[in-house]
Design a protein around this ligand. Structure first.
Ligand code: ADP
Ligand code: MG
Length: 279
């Protein structure tokens, strides 16, 4: 993150002093199937500030994934505007979007999306290869990211040798390794049992507590409760927004690079006990 804003005494009334990571205005997205127009988003407005933890909810087909793909610069809107860290990404072309994605976004999906022939470490390093980071720094940062998710000892395992929960933790490490401004997770626990889901949510909660802005999609109320704010979609629109709640304990924002350093310095049981995720 470029902006290391240090604000003291943060509470739920003062969070408006934080910079906006997401500013979305009247965003629409239509899909075209032959002559049929599918209006997936019909005028979405949303502001998310640095350090927030937001859960997007709503029934299947309500536009959550379409919205996440726009937030993650994986797709372009039909109309409307999206500022990410103040940058007008809705006006950017595909190449510019790819750069922004690499610099600013960490994205985790329901289906992990790891490259099966690569080790966990190689998977985590990959975004840094694209951004031209030197080999030694790549290795160091990928190891830090793997220790954050408690998987340093599995660095040389391939996805097939890891459980579902471990694969998702590798995917989280891969999403963190570029020190993104915004961490997006589309149903990250959708393929996991409830105990493993708790582990994954604990990791996201810890990352958020250390300053990372997190937007998560889930249809499970239990999962959404980990967030400070619940936003509901229906028929391509936001129909409910709780606003930020219980944010008093959130410390000032830090970059995930700093987070990695801190975690590395701790005497953490993660490498000796893979079952217990401890950050
Ligand atoms: P959710 O994630 O809330 O289940 P989606 O964003 O996936 O919802 O879908 C919103 C609407 O857009 C649905 O009606 C869905 O069928 C449609 N849709 C999503 N992706 C596509 C696509 N690639 N082509 C056509 N229609 C799509
Ligand atoms: Mg979806």
């Amino acid at each position: 993150m470029q902006h290391n804003v240090q604000l003291n005494g943060m509470n739920s009334n003062r969070h408006v002093a934080r910079p906006l990571v997401i500013l979305v205005e009247w965003l629409t997205k239509n899909y075209y199937l032959g002559r049929t127009v599918v209006p997936a988003l019909s005028g979405v407005n949303l502001e998310v500030r640095q350090g927030e933890f937001v859960a997007l909810m709503g029934p299947s087909g309500s536009g959550k994934s379409t919205f996440m793909n726009l937030l993650g610069c994986l797709d372009r809107p039909t109309s409307g505007s999206y500022l990410l860290d103040g940058m007008p990404v809705s006006k950017m072309n595909a190449n510019q979007l790819a750069d922004i994605r690499n610099q600013k976004i960490g994205f985790v999906f329901q289906s992990f999306n790891l490259l099966s022939w690569m080790t966990a470490l190689d998977n985590v390093e990959l975004p840094l290869v694209y951004s031209g980071v030197s080999r030694s720094e790549r290795l160091w940062r990928a190891q830090q990211a793997l220790s954050i998710v408690g998987l340093k000892s599995r660095a040389h395992h391939r996805p097939v040798e890891l459980s579902g929960g471990q694969q998702q933790r590798v995917a989280i490490a891969r999403a963190l390794v570029t020190s993104p401004s915004l961490f997006l997770a589309d149903e990250p626990t959708g393929n996991l049992d409830s105990q493993t889901s708790v582990q994954i949510m604990s990791i996201l909660q810890e990352l958020n507590a250390r300053g990372l802005t997190v937007v998560l999609v889930t249809h499970e109320a239990d999962i959404a409760r980990y967030a400070h704010r619940q936003v509901k979609f229906r028929d391509g629109r936001i129909v409910d927004d709780t606003g930020v709640q219980n944010w008093a304990s959130t410390p000032p924002a830090k970059s995930s690079r700093v987070i990695a350093g801190e975690v590395a310095e701790r005497r953490s049981p993660v490498s000796t006990d893979e079952k217990q995720v401890s950050l």
